[in-house]
Design a protein around this ligand. Structure first.
Ligand code: GLU
Length: 452
């Protein structure tokens, strides 16, 4: 069978076996799109059915999460943990709390996580979890009771050597705290390495909060350098205003770039004079308000674009770099075309799969540098692995040392990705490079471990 036929067959099987899970299909299709040249070179992967195996999670856990709201009413949500692949280490990946979360969402994120984690070069497998719980508008007490109930079921499936969850959309240090507290209480173990993204006074790592955003900017720096460019003076659009976006903006500003737009689910802000990060953090992190408040309080030339995506700003001004840091499929073909027409040089995915397949095509055809999430946003999970190292050795590193490690890891990911793309005849194609480099590391470990 030719590599192409094998890939088509396994993809058809994946569609049939996982009906209705469009995001999972999209993630598998994207990785498979890079693998024909790998199978041509490695027939042993076909013989061992590695493709079939990587699409089938090792274990999928779905559970009921009952909790009591502030009015005394019992509420029910659904909890998930998909333990996708543990060939390289314990399952590792975040938890997402968002009303849109379905099993297919968690599977797409878990599948991405397997190859992203492999690409970091660190000893971590891939998994993901979450719930359709909506944290928006919930009180602190409600969040705590939900997290405690979630962990009351999840504790039996996780562990320092088994599965190590962390944050994702809707899950930050506050939620990790409640989850860790409940794990500690049920197990009577202070097992710091069971979760990452902890607060620094109780086992967390410095730089973990900043890592995904900083890492995406470091990766972009390396891509820009291949064209003799830098962030100095660059005009940048960042979507989102959560943890990834905030620290991407901070690092871009530190490197001399100007971020002129950000967003949340209610709309976008355009600030041609550069985003005032302190004000944005005050609105989004401390007060947890809608982003419109930023434009109102900032005044001057800042404006709020209700319901608009941040990419629409590209119609009004030059944009050199786009950093999608919000959520999946948030940047489509029309957005990509508008960005390209306005001089775009580079895109790096701070979020997981934010760029639609059509938009990726537009960027690649236009010769725009495109850093896929598996490579560009791997700094978050890589720093989680550094947190696990610190927990295992009961140590805590300085900010400078940890940031230096993150910066080296991102440089390594860039190099590995670029070299793999060259080796497989696709120079400059970071999508091909990231998919192949991640896949080969996982596939070789699976081969070595036998039929399991
Ligand atoms: N949720 C993040 C990601 O998408 C981080 C996962 C982790 O730190 O385990 O990679």
């Amino acid at each position: 069978m030719s590599p192409k036929t094998t890939i088509d067959d396994v993809y058809a099987q994946t569609l049939a076996r996982n009906p209705g899970e469009a995001e999972f299909h999209q993630a598998v299709h994207e990785v498979f799109g890079s693998l024909d040249r790998v199978l041509a070179k490695h027939p042993e992967y076909v013989q061992a059915s590695i493709l079939e195996r990587v699409c089938e999670p090792e274990r999928q856990i779905i559970f009921r999460v009952p909790w009591v709201d502030d009015t005394g009413r019992v509420r029910i949500n659904r909890g998930f943990r998909v333990q996708f692949n543990s060939a390289l280490g314990p399952y590792k990946g975040g938890l997402r709390f968002h009303p849109s979360v379905l099993l297919g969402t968690v599977k797409f994120l878990g599948f991405e996580q397997v190859f992203k984690n492999a690409l970091t070069g660190m000893p971590i497998g891939g998994g993901k979890g979450g719930s359709d719980f909506d944290p928006k508008g919930k009180s602190d007490g409600e969040i705590m009771r939900f997290c405690q109930s979630f962990m009351t079921e999840a504790y039996r499936h996780v562990g320092e050597y088994t599965d190590v969850p962390a944050g994702d959309i809707g899950v930050g240090a506050r939620e990790i705290g409640y989850l860790f507290g409940q794990y500690k209480r049920i197990t009577n173990r202070y097992e710091s390495g069971v979760l990452t993204g902890k607060g620094v006074t109780w086992g967390g790592s410095l730089v973990r909060t900043e890592a995904t955003g900083y890492g995406a900017v470091f990766f972009t720096q390396h891509m820009l350098a291949t064209r003799g460019r830098s962030f100095d003076g660059a005009r940048v659009l960042v979507s989102g205003s959560g943890n990834v976006a905030i620290y991407a903006i901070e690092k871009v500003h530190e490197l001399g770039g100007v971020v002129v737009g950000a967003s949340d689910s209610s709309g976008s802000i355009h600030d041609p004079d550069g985003i005032d990060l302190e004000l944005l953090r005050d609105v989004k992190e401390r007060r947890r308000e809608r982003i419109e408040a930023y434009a109102t309080e900032r005044g001057g030339r800042a404006r709020f674009l209700p319901g608009a995506s941040v990419w629409q700003i590209a119609g009004d001004e030059r944009v050199d770099v786009a950093l999608p840091c919000a959520t999946q499929n948030e940047l489509d073909e029309a957005d990509a075309a508008r960005l390209v027409a306005n001089g775009l040089v580079a895109v790096a995915e701070g979020a997981n799969m934010p760029t639609t397949p059509g938009a990726v095509r537009v960027f690649r055809e236009a010769g725009v540098l495109f850093g896929p999430g598996k490579a560009a946003n791997a700094g978050g999970v890589a720093t989680s692995a550094l947190e696990m190292q610190q927990n295992a050795s009961r140590d805590s590193w300085t900010f400078e040392h940890t940031e230096e490690r993150l910066s080296e890891i991102m440089a390594g990911i860039h190099e590995r990705t670029a070299e793999t793309a060259d080796e497989y005849g696709a120079p400059g194609d970071y999508v091909v490079g990231a998919n192949i480099a991640g896949f080969i590391r996982v596939a070789d470990a699976m081969l070595a471990l036998g039929v399991i």
